[in-house]
Ligand binder design. Sequence first.
Ligand SMILES: CC(C)(COP(=O)(O)OP(=O)(O)OC[C@H]1O[C@@H](n2cnc3c(N)ncnc32)[C@H](O)[C@@H]1OP(=O)(O)O)[C@@H](O)C(=O)NCCC(=O)NCCS
Length: 420
Amino acid sequence: MTITPDPGADWVVRGTDRDEYTEVMRVVNEALLIPERPEEREHLVRPFMDAEGYDRVLVAVDGDEVVGTVNGFAFEMTMPGGPRAVTGVTGVGVWPTHRRRGILSAMMRRQLADVHARGDRYAALWASEGAIYGRFGYGRAATEMETFVRAPHTALRPDAPRDPDLRVRLADPGQVRPDLERVHREVAAVQVGQFQRAAHWWDRVLRDVPGAREGRGPLRAVVVGGPRGPLGYALYRTRGEREQDGAHGEVHVKEITATTPAAWTALYEHLFGRDLVGKVSFEFLALDDPLRHLLLDPDRAAPTLYTSLWLRLVDVPGALAERSYSVPFEAVLEVTDGYAPWNAGRWHVKADTGGARVEATDADPDLSLDAAHLGAAYLGQTTLDGHLRAGLLTEHTPGAVERLDRALHRARAPFCGLIF
Ligand SMILES: CC(C)(COP(=O)(O)OP(=O)(O)OC[C@H]1O[C@@H](n2cnc3c(N)ncnc32)[C@H](O)[C@@H]1OP(=O)(O)O)[C@@H](O)C(=O)NCCC(=O)NCCS
């Protein structure tokens, strides 16, 4: 399918292939201000893309010139109902001379139609700017945090769970990769927002070219294990720094995860116990990460919040039907959707903890809202009540928003932790 935009426009949106991908990289690199030339990144990007495939890459072409592109990874990402097929939208860029002519809009429309035809009920992305994707029906669904902790004298609580049978091993990531994969597989299967990593994803996460180090040292893996195998790991780099008053080195943690409380404690004690270190920084943490619960002084880790996943319900009734709910809920939702018209209309939702029955109806709505609002609320962290107070949705039946928020609520914060 080729999408022809407004009459008079001189570009079209279509699929692409491996041969054209160097041109795609040229557009992405320029749009995203990536400092290297496409040829200089080819040896890194090609093996990754060869594994992913080129069939979900779309391009906008003006004559024979690629002037825009968007891609979608085929993820198995955990949603509130369990692991699901989710399109991970990525590689979005428009050639600078062709901006604001509707090219992204046309690519988004085509991509949503493709995702829907493929049967994925969700699309997710990390946005370069928060103003871009709401209009396409994406909602701000997950907030995560970065933080740092001054290392000397940082203590965990005396009652933090400690297990003398746990062993801590520091190694090159390649040496312990099976352990990392095993722990992550287990975590990603239940952590809403995480996706399962195929081999080429691990290659990417563990890639340790000097350009990726930002002045720090090689990537290290610390693995905590018990008699029955690995229970947690952290990936980090260090940077040495000395001033007149002593050492001010840094431990920079790229990823940390564990499957038992004692493993979390052991990982944090390893990181805070490194000598010559003045600061331990964490790039990606869930809002409810154990760190601040385990620190003797939780305020030592002042969080900086950022939006991680934007979520798009590509199939609104399907996504609502296959979710689990905290409490039963019943209402008629009137949904608008400017980019996926199959979602627009009134839906009678009768939800229980195990799922929901969702049927088209003509009944009067209890609540009118956009697909983007449902995308924002779907992971159970962003409330619809905030949207209501901002005047962005309409409640016809008093209390409908509060009841839906309560049903969508999830105790555990969503967490992706890896920009794709
Ligand atoms: C973001 C980007 C892809 C938009 O492409 P585009 O073809 O100019 O977008 P469109 O012309 O389809 O714009 C559609 C609408 O979104 C708005 N919009 C687009 N990008 C925007 C931005 N960065 N901030 C605010 N609004 C934006 C446009 O103003 C337009 O609004 P309108 O319909 O009210 O006039 C392009 O500017 C780009 O390549 N930016 C740099 C790379 C980047 O940030 N990519 C996204 C990675 S997640």
